[in-house]
Each structure stands twice: as C-alpha cells, then as structure tokens.
Design a protein around this ligand. Structure first.
Ligand SMILES: C[S@@+](CC[C@H](N)C(=O)[O-])C[C@H]1O[C@@H](n2cnc3c(N)ncnc32)[C@H](O)[C@@H]1O
Length: 271
C-alpha cells in the first residue's frame, strides 16, 4: 500500500521508533483513557488511530477472550508492526482505515476510544458524529487530548513555531487555540457530535529524559516529527543545537530532566 500523505505519512515514517526510545509516554497516557472507559469482559471495542497499540493493549486485556478489539490507523507501517505485536492476542484485529470514514457497520461497538488522535483530524465534530454512528445506544466514547503543558516543554516547542504551517499552529496538539484549548472546548465537540453525560478527567504524565540528546531522539520518534519535517533540512542542525542548549539548562546535574504534561480525558455516551 502506498505511503499516505500528510500526518499519516509522518506517522508511517515514525512507526519504527514510535514509543520505542525509552520514554514511557503513550502507554501511561492511554492507560488513563482505558481506565475512564472501563471496558467490561466481552465488549466490542474500537481503537481509532491505534498507532503502536498503547491503548489497544489495556483494552484487549479488559475485553478479554470473549471480547473483540479492532484497532484502525491510516499509517500502513503502524498497522503492520502493531498487527505483528498482537498476533498472539486472538481478540485483537488491526486494520488500515481512515478515522474520518472507517467504513464499519453502524451500531457495531460498545466502546470507541481515540488516544491523541482527534486533534489531527480536519473536522473533529464530523469525526465524532461518525464515531457515534458506530456505537450502540448508550455506548461510550473516550478521547485523550493534551491539557496545559510544562513551561519548559512549551519553550522547546516554540523553537519550531517560525516553521509551522498555519493549520499546525491552529490545531496544535498542545491545544493552545481552538476547541482543544480547554476542557469545555473538547466537551463541546462531543456534545455537538451527539453525545450526552459528557465529562472530563485529568492525569499528569511525566516524560523523563536521560539527557538533551534523548529529548531530540524522542522528538523525532512521534507526532513532533511533523514539526521537524517542517524545518528546511539546512536549518535543522541549528534548531537541534538550540534544543540541546535549552535542554542542558534543565539538567539535574547528571544531565537528566523531566517534563510534565496534563492529559485530558473526555468521555461521553451515545444517545
Ligand atoms: C499521536 S498518535 C497516537 C497513537 C496511539 N493512539 C497512541 O496513543 O500511541 C496518532 C495516530 O493517529 C493516526 N492517524 C492520524 N490521522 C488519522 C486518520 N485520519 N485516520 C486514522 N488514523 C490516523 C496516526 O497514524 C497515528 O498513529
């Protein structure tokens, strides 16, 4: 299958290192979402934008052998590697499909989850409305997005601001503007998409780095790769140097440091 364009292409190129560079990050974030969704044994669950399976794993454990968990992602390499990782877990299936038009039967899931995905989609309300159709009446949707960020992390991210196209600045995954800038904003997306009993929970997740180079490696291994790729190749060395300089200033003497990120979990029920 051809490598997709846009954000899914970025994740395709990141797939081999995604969640594999020694910074527990996507799994602790996804675990919080799995806890909010409280999947019961035997339920049918859809993980949208499953990536390397951070959310699939706890969902599969909760659904158990009598359940069914389908992971979909638009990046074929993510899907291939994740399908390999879960080949011995019979209740899990992983497929290439678009979050916006998954092509799945209506009312075929009890639970839908999407961890760190909704803010990448051009029409979040349209996506949430489509996801509601996939749920049975009373079925649960949960999405994880980013809340306020560690000031130092914001400082590092700001190195990329001059290079970012408008749509990335608008829908920034750190949610500095638009509906992703507040709990009410994301709750509004679910309410507009046809959900009720919408609520928000939070968890602070810490990313721990060995040293400045580890931060650079981490930043290439996930969605932030999109920011690196926006920097012209001839200028990447300069951005890297500035990142390393900033990170050295955060060091604990031995070179290590950590950033904290508040994660927002927004959950609702289909009418
Ligand atoms: C930040 S990653 C999160 C992955 C995983 N949920 C996790 O928590 O580690 C975003 C994922 O969404 C996928 N993605 C982006 N746009 C998509 C779309 N339109 N349809 C399906 N997947 C999409 C990317 O390929 C990537 O794997």
């Amino acid at each position: 299958m051809a490598v997709p364009q846009g954000i899914a292409g970025v994740f395709d190129r990141a797939a081999d290192t995604y969640d594999e560079v020694g910074v527990p990050w996507f799994r602790p974030i996804a675990l919080g979402l799995a806890e909010e969704l409280a999947v019961a044994a035997g339920e049918r669950v859809l993980d949208i934008g499953c990536g390397r399976g951070a959310l699939l794993a706890p969902l599969a454990e909760a659904a158990g052998s009598t359940g069914y968990v389908l992971g979909i992602d638009l990046a074929p390499r993510m899907v291939r590697l994740t399908a390999e990782d879960f080949r011995d877990v019979p209740q899990v299936e992983v497929r290439v499909a678009d979050a916006v038009a998954p092509g799945l039967p209506a009312s075929s899931f009890d639970v839908v989850g999407a961890s760190l995905v909704l803010f990448f989609l051009p029409d979040p309300v349209g996506a949430v409305t489509a996801w509601a159709e996939l749920l049975v009446a009373g079925g649960r949707l949960g999405v994880a997005t980013f809340g306020p960020q560690d000031e130092r992390w914001r400082e590092v991210d700001a190195l990329f601001t001059p290079y970012l196209p408008a749509q990335l600045l608008d829908a920034r995954t750190s949610g500095q503007r638009g509906p992703f800038a507040s709990d009410e904003g994301v709750e509004g997306l679910l309410l507009d998409g046809g959900f009720f009993d919408v609520r928000t929970a939070h968890r602070d997740v810490e990313a721990v780095f060995r040293d400045a180079d580890h931060l650079v490696e981490f930043s290439w291994s996930h969605g932030q790769r999109v920011m690196w790729e926006a920097v012209p190749e001839t200028e990447r060395g300069g951005v890297r140097e500035r990142m390393v300089e900033l990170a050295r200033g955060y060091g604990d003497g031995a070179g290590g440091f950590s950033f904290t990120q508040r994660v927002r979990y927004t959950v609702g029920r289909r009418a």
